[in-house]
Design a protein around this ligand. Sequence first.
Ligand code: ZN
Length: 247
Amino acid sequence: MIDTILPTPDLFGATRVLCIQPHYDDNDIAAAGTIARLVAQGSEVIYLTVTNDLMGVVDGFRNDDEARAALKRDQAAAGTILGISQQYWLDYPDAGDYDYFAVRRDLLKYIRQIRPDFVMTCDPWLTYEGHRDHIQTGLAASEAVMFAGLTRIASSDPAVDAAYQSHQIGGIAFYFTREPNTIVDITATWSQKEAALRCYQAQFDAAGLAELVRAFDHKSVQVAQGQAFGRGEPLKVLQTSALHCGI
Ligand SMILES: [Zn+2]
């Protein structure tokens, strides 16, 4: 593998991090330990969820409105544990038929409006990723980060584009990656991550949730092998210039 020649940007130097996830629990499953550390050191962390997540809910809801309320309840509970300052939703159909460029336009809008200095999302180039929502979200977020300053590329809100004044995005951090260049020490925040994961009851029954926690418990230890700490989360952290032509 040939690495980028650009230095790895400092995620922990970020003041405002926008975490863009396909489904309501991806940020926390992949990176809650890192996110809790960011919040603890004073960074503002904002979540944006691309799909409505309705396909994964467990049985027992009478209709979609009830399911939506349960999903938001879970996210709010986990967000309180981690200290998330704001949550946004785009409501594209989970695992559904929707337009990639519409998602990219919406992400351009929120990036221009929120003005994060770091963006976190899932790695759209994860080998063997079979879920299209993850590929589309990661790719649209990457393009939106690259194109935020190019207002000739319209977002979904002309008023936001008109008011936007170019700002610096210091980097992008990909989770669910097979090529990490950063292992974040989450030893001190593992208990917060575990508590946040246990909030996701609309999509997991008790046994499923226990299995999820057990899997990421083991994963966090596996990831930290060879490090000077006990638990880690793997990230690929890149400058935005590294997102094009392999610089
Ligand atoms: Zn997902």
